[in-house]
Design a protein around this ligand. Sequence first.
Ligand SMILES: [Zn+2]
Length: 429
Amino acid sequence: MSSHDEYSSDEEDLFDESQKSDVFLGFVDAPITEEEVPTIEDTFIGGQPIWLHPQSQPNEKSLTCDNCNKKMALLLQAFAPMDGKLYDRVIYIFGCKDTRQCSKKKGSIKAIRGIVKDQETIDKIKKETEALQAKQLDEKLKADNQKKLNIELTKDLFGKKEESSNPFGGGSNPFDNKNDNPFAAGSTSPFGANPFGAKAEEEPKKKPESYAKIASKNEPKKAPKKKTVSDLPSYKGSFVYVDTEKFKKATNDPELEKYKHLIDMDVNKDDDSESVGASRRGSSSVLDPQTSKISNMLDDKYFEAFSNTVKHNPGQVLRYNLGGKPLLYNGKDDVAKKFLSQQPANIPQPAYNPSSERQYELQLMPKAIMDLEEINTNTVQISDILNGMSWGTIIVATDKEDYMPEQEFDENHVAYIEEWCGVQWEESV
Ligand SMILES: [Zn+2]
């Protein structure tokens, strides 16, 4: 279901305006493409992470699965600036793609908080623009790769005895219309048959110019040599747009009736293949009540609350409510106990700032799995199901003070640190 459908204006009156929520919800928007790449001010799921500076990445370990030591894939990148703070801030969630081996294993999903501290807003805007330009430039360079190869070849053939090492600079340009230009018409080219073919005359004139332009622009940034795009394994990338949580009006809810009916039906289902499918889709079982999973969990009032809340906005992939409470997927596991056993929640304090404590910030919702794995409910295969992710929600809690130790900042004023990440896994079948 498209999230847009949920919020099309003619459906506004379906929502109960009197019920307020402090929660922001994220819904999948357009896919990330080569033409449309996110900036750090975007929130998105899947794809490759955008670092706070092209040369500033978290340490390797934070991007590596503790269980299998493979690089993890980005699940969520959320632009999460703090009010009144003069820096940009991003929350990343990474997960191991080897779900067969690493599902439910400690350290197979991690959360990272990143900060870039700028002195002024102008600096900030400048940096964002540059980061985007560097990426676009990188794409351009890739496209120009073949041209560059030609140029290099030309340099080898004709440039060796030139005074300037730059084959395209000034008077030493071998493509200038000089008498000694081997490509000039009527010249005594040593290559009777021009190795560059018929186009040789026109193309070399254009290419050096555009390449030089690009190169000179690149030089100060030093970006193109070291690719800024990560080479992490990845899921399908989609932009996420954020809106406040709204609740559908409670009166005569035909959906709920349908839902109850299906649950009753499912109680008696005991077919193996069905329950495998159910488990996988059970990750999004709140979307698809035709699962036996739901009936298994109905005795859990937290799961019931989860389902009922999500039902108002089935497209949600993200919930954000800094300092609020998570929407627990179940009330029984270790993650739930941390939030339920005492108030405030018993989240581990940040080791880098022991006098402080952590608070709930955001959680990734199971609908994201369908978008990340491109699951089409009509065509889903059992193999997709078995190989897929199997969590109910991923909860991230961050330092209340948003502290970052000074030594973590690099020369680009960027710092990353791991934050607490609690995964409520799908119950095994
Ligand atoms: Zn792993």
